[in-house]
Design a protein around this ligand. Structure first.
Ligand SMILES: C[S@@+](CC[C@H](N)C(=O)[O-])C[C@H]1O[C@@H](n2cnc3c(N)ncnc32)[C@H](O)[C@@H]1O
Length: 272
C-alpha cells in the first residue's frame, strides 16, 4: 500500500487520551445493533475472527464478550494503539487475542485462516481500500465473510437543533483526501468488496438515536479536539470553525435536543 492513510491517533485529536475516549464512545453508541447485524451476516461463537484496524481494543472487548469460544486476531498498524490494546485486554482476553502489529494491506498472516473478518472505521482512512480488501480476501477461508463498518460524510449525524457543519465537513473531506482517506467511503463499500473478489454482497444501516440511548451517549462525539487539531495544524482557520462552535454551544444548551448517527455495514463472502 502506498501512503500511510488519514488516521494517526496521536495527531487526529488534541490529546491522545481524548481520542481514545472518543473511540470508546463510538463503540458504545451502536455496539448492540452492530452485534445484531454481525450475527445476521453469519458471525457465530467459536469462529476464528480477524479484526482489522482494532485500535485501543474497545471493539475487540465487545467481540470477546459476544464470542466466548472464539479467538480474535487484532491487526493494528499504530504501535501506540497496539500497546494500549495489549494493556487494556490483558486480563480479560487471556490467550484469546492474537495481536498483530501490521498493515491490513500486508498482514503476513497465512492464507485461508479466518471464518469472519471485521474492519470498523478503518476503510475510511485507507489510500488503497481495494488492496486491503484483497488481502483480507486472501486470509479468509472459503465461504468466509468480511464486514466493513463505516459511515459517509453525507449521512453521519442528524441533530435538532441543527449543527452548522458544512464548512467543517468540507475541510475534513479535503484534509482526509490529501492524506489518502475518503470521508465519503460509505457509498463505495459495495463496489470495494466486489472489486476485491467478494460475492453475495449485502448492505445494512445502523441508526442510533438519543431518544433511545440517551443524549449523554453522543456527547463525547461532539469533542471539538479533532477540529481544533486542524486549526493547530493550520488546515482550517478559526473563522471557518466559528459558526460550527456557536451552533454546537446552542445545541448543548438546548433542553430537548436530539441526535442520530448512521453507520453502514457492508458484507461480502469469499465464494470460492
Ligand atoms: C478510527 S480508528 C477505529 C478503531 C476501532 N476499529 C474502532 O472501531 O474503535 C481506525 C484504526 O485503524 C488503524 N489503521 C489505520 N490504517 C491502518 C492500516 N493500514 N492497517 C491496520 N490498521 C490501520 C488506526 O491506527 C486506528 O487504530
Amino acid at each position: 500500500m502506498t501512503g500511510e492513510g488519514s488516521y494517526k491517533a496521536n495527531t487526529y485529536n488534541l490529546e491522545l487520551e481524548g481520542e481514545i475516549q472518543r473511540l470508546k464512545a463510538q463503540v458504545l453508541i451502536s455496539w448492540e445493533k452492530e452485534a445484531r447485524n454481525l450475527k445476521w451476516f453469519g458471525l457465530a461463537d467459536g469462529m476464528n475472527v480477524l479484526e482489522a484496524g482494532s485500535g485501543p481494543g474497545f471493539f475487540t472487548e465487545k467481540l470477546l464478550e459476544l464470542l466466548p469460544n472464539s479467538s480474535i486476531t487484532a491487526v493494528e498498524i499504530d504501535p501506540v494503539l497496539h500497546e494500549k490494546a495489549v494493556e487494556y485486554l490483558h486480563e480479560k482476553a487471556g490467550d484469546r487475542v492474537n495481536y498483530v502489529q501490521a498493515s491490513v494491506a500486508d498482514t503476513g498472516l497465512p492464507a485461508n485462516s479466518f471464518d469472519f473478518a471485521i474492519a470498523r472505521l478503518l476503510f475510511v482512512h485507507l489510500p488503497e481500500p481495494v488492496a486491503a480488501a484483497r488481502e483480507i480476501f486472501r486470509i479468509l477461508k472459503p465461504r468466509g465473510k468480511l464486514v466493513i463498518i463505516d459511515s459517509d460524510a453525507d449521512l453521519f449525524w442528524l441533530t435538532n437543533p441543527p449543527l452548522s457543519v458544512e464548512i467543517v465537513r468540507e475541510k475534513f473531506k479535503q484534509v482526509m483526501a490529501s492524506r489518502g482517506g475518503n470521508l465519503s467511503i460509505g457509498r463505495n463499500l459495495c463496489r470495494i468488496l466486489k472489486q476485491a473478489g467478494f460475492g453475495s454482497i449485502d448492505l445494512e444501516a445502523v441508526v442510533s438515536h438519543s431518544d433511545i440511548i440517551g443524549i449523554e451517549a453522543f456527547e463525547p462525539l461532539l469533542d471539538s479536539g479533532p477540529i481544533l487539531q486542524l486549526v493547530k495544524q493550520g488546515l482550517i482557520s478559526e473563522s471557518e470553525i466559528a459558526s460550527y462552535l456557536v451552533s454546537r454551544d446552542e445545541f448543548v444548551a438546548k433542553g430537548d435536543r436530539l441526535m442520530m448517527s448512521f453507520w453502514l455495514m457492508a458484507c461480502g463472502e469469499k465464494n470460492q
